[in-house]
Design a protein around this ligand. Structure first.
Ligand code: SAH
Length: 204
């Protein structure tokens, strides 16, 4: 089994401190932060450039779920969010293809409503790595050691940042497993592309 983790993902409920700046519209009626619709309200928010991009999680999960390695049932899939929630995604879940329907599902899960195929827990990335007993961890980043994808099979756990800008920070001292910083290309790629490349190469 391999573990794939979208980390510090830009998926969260609208934070308390900007709630009063946001009016629900007929187009966007969700309680999930989306920088496309909440751009103004997000101006004062810390780390605003790495937050409010649920579409990154949506497209990444669609890519992961339909990869051959997932059809072989060899993946544990996790989404860790900016505010330290962890969603364990059942490999057989049929996620909505439509973005707004996806938001509807995620809103219920983040609000604590029970979903048999998506389980939510409050947990840091470091706690998650220890709980799942991750041993050889590939922390994916364009600044890492350039590595041919066929060598990725040597790792048991892959961490991809589920956000558009910035670098993933991780407290290595708190993690029991071995962490290596790995690049698969010398330029920045979108999270969903990196997820796709990892999942497809693991199958063959
Ligand atoms: N573009 C920025 C951050 C966001 S990209 C950067 O790479 O610094 C989202 C995630 O995709 C990153 O956190 C990283 O995990 C992964 N990623 C992007 N480009 C990569 C590359 N060339 N090699 C490995 N992982 C990469």
């Amino acid at each position: 089994m391999y573990n794939i983790i979208l980390a510090k993902s830009a998926l969260e409920l609208i934070p308390e401190e900007i709630k009063d700046k946001i009016k629900k519209s007929r187009v966007y009626k969700y309680d999930i932060l989306d920088s496309n619709y909440h751009y103004r309200a997000m101006e004062e928010l810390i780390d605003k450039r790495m937050r409010g991009r649920p579409d990154i999680v949506h497209i990444s999960l669609l890519n992961i779920l339909d990869s051959p390695i997932n059809h072989e049932r060899k993946l544990n899939i996790y989404v860790h969010t900016y505010d330290d929630k962890v969603l364990k995604i059942n490999p057989e879940v049929r996620l909505p293809r439509n973005y707004f329907r996806f938001l509807g599902v995620m809103e219920d899960v983040l609000k604590g409503k029970r979903n048999p195929l998506i389980k939510m827990e409050e947990k840091s990335l470091e706690e998650l790595l220890n709980d799942i007993n991750a041993k050889k961890i590939a922390l994916m980043t364009k600044q890492g050691k350039l590595t041919h994808p066929k060598l990725l099979k040597e790792y048991d756990t892959f961490i991809i940042g589920g956000f558009p800008y910035g670098k993933l920070k991780i407290d290595k001292d708190k993690v029991l497993g071995d962490i290596e910083e790995i690049a698969i290309y010398d330029k920045g790629l979108m999270a969903w592309t990196v997820c796709g490349i990892i999942c497809y190469t693991l199958s063959f």
